[in-house]
Design a protein around this ligand. Structure first.
Ligand code: ARG
Length: 586
């Protein structure tokens, strides 16, 4: 925001250096002075002193750095933007004029098309996320992946990357064959009820139960897998039809969650390509074919000459020639790079699959695929649903997303109804939907990706805590002030009054937004954004309580109105980047 001023002062410092025959480094390495009510930037002269010492001058580096800092501070011409210049140790601290800084921040937010949006980086990233399995329930693990992946995509895009949103449906594998077996044998001709995803999941659980009770039936499942492998039309047709039931259900869910994809891959799509890749690995001498007695394997540690166990052995094909998860992931990784000019290919997948990906990717690297080094596992931990969230088991019913959403909405409705009884029913429902979904999404994002999320309703719907409704509510407050104000002063305003400390800290939080976005994008961590947004909401609320806006003197009122608008913009943009709506009233 202050690049111009920074450059200007650099030039002035360089000319002081010149006059005093001090060598200078290209990069001054400016860093913000830690904020404590005053904004500033800082640099140090230790490097330069060290440079002088190296070139033969005998001097004490810290002492010399201090000397240079003092020299610079004393010789800089009077500044417009910096109200105070200070030499401290070997450091030079430049403090901005708070009013000018504040005006600049607020004005930048108001005048930008999208405040905080990064310049195009010319880099293409694929993010694969959500990845539910057809013929099974959509469980909370997939939900975390869906919500995290979506937020990461939104943040990356906003930060300036080209993003390809990918999904990978687990539409083939032993689980599907088990499902088909159970269906053919016990449910032939049935079609799913309205709640298709639940029914698909129930039938899968039933298949497992039957096979556990009667392990002798496994041979029928294996035989069915053989028929799939031979692509017998009857089986392929049945698979297509039933697969669609799941896929339709997924689409409905994504619509509710406001999540979309550019490319949906499927296991079935890469199953046969995977087998070809395995052949290639065998030919290259990377994989060992132990069929028919045993599987096709890659002894990774041996190939790499590792003494200690690290990558272990990867099984890439079953002894009966059917494909495995790894078979498909080998081909999928390759297909992605064939289809898109990717700089990185990111997989949002739960942490238990870490070894699997390390193995698959190492295998590809050994096979000579140079892009293998650009594969990234963005791993996340489980979601815990204790206590007040109904949880059921794998054998019975998994917690279904529909149930979670229904409950979120009805709980949110109660809260909205209590807070704002005068709203009409339709509005209340609409707000309850936005608040309910926010309550589900926020806890999944406001946490280190690699830590378990413990989801509970009280925290998720807390209007006073670190939760979505708190941020949404700050946005609502900003809106209602602006609505009452009828009209916003459009010209840039330099505040001509002593800023309240709550204003200063709100402005500080707003000014951080662009850097927060870049940080969150670089580290694939929406958590940086949830934290920052919470701080914006909190400082906005403090400002709201402390500093009158509508009843203030005209010049004060005008600047504060702009500050309210700037806050509204950042809150709404930030929520949007998390995939959370920002209702106008609540
Ligand atoms: N469908 C898998 C599961 O439910 C996740 C797939 C992750 N992506 C991948 N390329 N393997 O565990």
């Amino acid at each position: 925001m202050f690049q111009e001023e920074q450059k200007q002062i650099e030039q002035q410092i360089y000319s002081i250096f010149k006059e005093n025959s001090i060598p200078f480094a290209e990069d001054m390495g400016w860093a913000p002075v830690p904020f404590s009510g005053e904004w500033g930037i800082s640099t140090s002269f230790f490097k330069i002193a060290a440079l002088e010492a190296k070139s033969g001058k005998s001097l004490n580096v810290p002492q010399r750095a201090e000397e240079i800092a003092r020299l610079v501070a004393e010789n800089l011409p009077p500044q417009e933007y910096f109200s105070r210049i200070e030499a401290a140790g070997g450091y030079l601290n430049l403090y901005f004029d708070s009013r000018l800084f504040s005006a600049r921040v607020v004005n930048s937010v108001l005048s930008a098309d999208h405040f905080g949006k990064g310049d195009p980086k010319g880099k293409t990233l694929m993010v694969e996320f959500s990845q539910p399995n057809t013929h099974k329930a959509f469980h909370v693990g997939h939900l975390r992946s869906a919500i995290l992946g979506d937020a990461v995509c939104r943040i990356l895009e906003f930060a300036g990357y080209d993003v390809i949103r990918a999904n990978f449906y687990g539409d083939m594998g032993l689980h599907v064959i088990k499902w088909l077996w159970n269906y053919q044998k016990f449910h032939s001709g049935e079609t799913p009820p309205a709640d298709a995803t639940r029914w698909m999941g129930d039938l899968y659980a039933e298949a497992n139960r039957r096979l556990e009770e009667n392990p002798g039936l496994e041979s029928e499942v294996r035989e069915l897998y053989g028929r799939w492998d031979r692509q017998e039309p009857e089986i392929v047709d049945l698979w297509k039809q039933t697969r669609q039931w799941s896929v339709d259900g997924f689409h409905d869910l994504y619509e509710v969650l406001d999540i979309n994809f550019d490319r949906i891959y499927a296991n079935s799509e890469v199953e046969f390509q995977g087998k070809e890749l395995v052949d290639e690995l065998i030919k290259k001498g990377i994989a060992e074919d132990l069929r028919p007695d045993d599987a096709v394997i890659v002894r990774l540690d041996d190939l790499l000459g590792l003494k200690k166990e690290k990558y272990r052995v990867l099984v890439v094909l079953r002894s009966d020639g059917t494909a495995l998860y790894a078979t498909e992931d080998l081909a999928l990784a390759k297909l992605k790079f064939e289809e898109y000019p990717l700089d990185k290919s990111i997989y949002v997948v739960d942490v238990r699959q870490s070894l699997h990906f390390q193995q698959v990717w190492k295998t590809l690297e050994i096979a000579g695929y140079s892009w293998a080094e650009n594969l990234v596992h963005l791993s996340y931990e489980l979601v815990n649903l204790p206590g007040n969230v109904v949880m059921a088991s794998r054998e019975g019913t998994v917690v279904l997303l529909e149930d979670l959403i229904r409950e979120a909405k009805s709980r949110a409705f109660e809260v909205v109804d209590e807070k704002n009884p005068d709203l009409n029913q339709e509005d209340k429902m609409e707000i309850a939907r936005a608040v309910g979904l926010g309550a589900i999404k926020f806890p999944m994002l406001d946490r280190e990706n690699t830590r378990i999320v413990t989801f509970d309703w009280e925290t998720a719907l807390d209007f006073n805590g670190q939760a979505a409704p708190y941020i949404q509510y700050a946005h609502v407050r900003a809106n209602s002030i602006l609505k009452k104000a009828d009209g916003l002063p459009s010209a840039a305003i330099d505040p001509d009054y002593e800023l309240d400390p709550t204003e200063v800290s709100l402005i500080e939080n707003l000014s951080q937004f662009p850097a927060v976005i870049q940080n969150a994008a670089r580290e694939y961590k929406p958590l940086h954004l949830t934290h920052a947004l919470f701080e914006v909401a909190r400082s906005f609320n403090a400002f709201y309580r402390q500093a009158p806006v509508l009843n203030a003197d005209p010049e004060v009122r005008d600047f504060r109105l702009q500050l309210v608008e700037a806050s509204r913009i950042v809150l709404s943009a930030g929520l949007n980047l998390l995939g959370i709506e920002a209702p106008k009233v609540m």
